[in-house]
Design a protein around this ligand. Sequence first.
Ligand code: DAH
Length: 348
Amino acid sequence: MLERIEQLDRESQADLAQVQDAAGLEAFRIKYLGSKGAVKTLMGLLKDVPGVQKPAFGQGANALRQKLEAAFEDKKANMTGSDGKPSVSTPNAQGKIPGGRLPGEQLPGVDITEPGLPPRLGREHIITQTIDELVEVFGRMGFDVATGPEVEDERHNFVALNIPPEHPARDPLDNFYLDSNHLLRSQTSTIQVRVMEKTQPPVRVVAMGRVYRPDAHDATHYSMFHQVEGLYVDRKVSMVDLKTTLIQFAHAMFGPEADVRLRPSFFPFTEPSAELEVKIELQGQMRWMEIGGCGMVDPNVFKAVGYDPEEWTGFAFGLGIERLAMRKYGIGDIRWLFENDVRFLRQF
Ligand code: DAH
């Protein structure tokens, strides 16, 4: 019985040596390794083998099957293309052929000629793009960029900005307090104070950054958003300078047809104060949308930072960057900006 194994071994070796193309190799596979092939038949004989020879026969047949499978894979790897001919490549000067193989080296199990998958390129978030644009627009008007910390103390977030202790904006429920004196800043006006504390006038800065308020999330509110703050201090600054600056800004940002208006309002750190509104289309209707506050710097703010309010005048403004971006790109819901859904973000 064991001779049957040896015989099959010799026969298959001779057959494999004759194989020259893919069709021949497939015929070899079917003849020896197929579901009705010689190896299967050999295994089928096991039940007729006398008991003492069974283990030896089983092992021998298994070994042959493995040997044939390996020889088949080997031969297959040495063939390329549908013609089944071994690959013929011309070595370059280093003795390597294009693709980095040595002549005769086996092809790996991957098709190295297949075009690669293009990597998906990322891009800046729409808020970052808007911040860059703001830096650019205000930069052209002569504003430098200032920054400040997101964890602030009460002096910079409220006291120096003329916001008294009983003011509703200081309510602990309307702020993210960290301890009795520190909170996540609720406005970028803090940076006005920081800039004036360390610079002598004249001052012309813009500052962009995150602010935090425990607002319930809806289409126009989020507990974190961004503001752009502006501060201009010099002698004889007037409301005309403020309005001209904001109109120029709106035209640069939204185009020359953009309509803006100032609506009288109140902020503790400006006097007089106004709300800046831009005309936008909402649900098919043209409406005024508030994009921020502004006004002439209150003398009490100048006193708090050691500027003489008799000598210095100034204007300030603070605008919501999400609102600017939503107005500019027609985004209907602020939450979309922070969900990190690439299908939304990659449109911009
Ligand atoms: N800080 C105000 C807010 O968050 C916005 C603001 C209003 C900023 C008037 C200013 C300003 O600089 O002059 O609601």
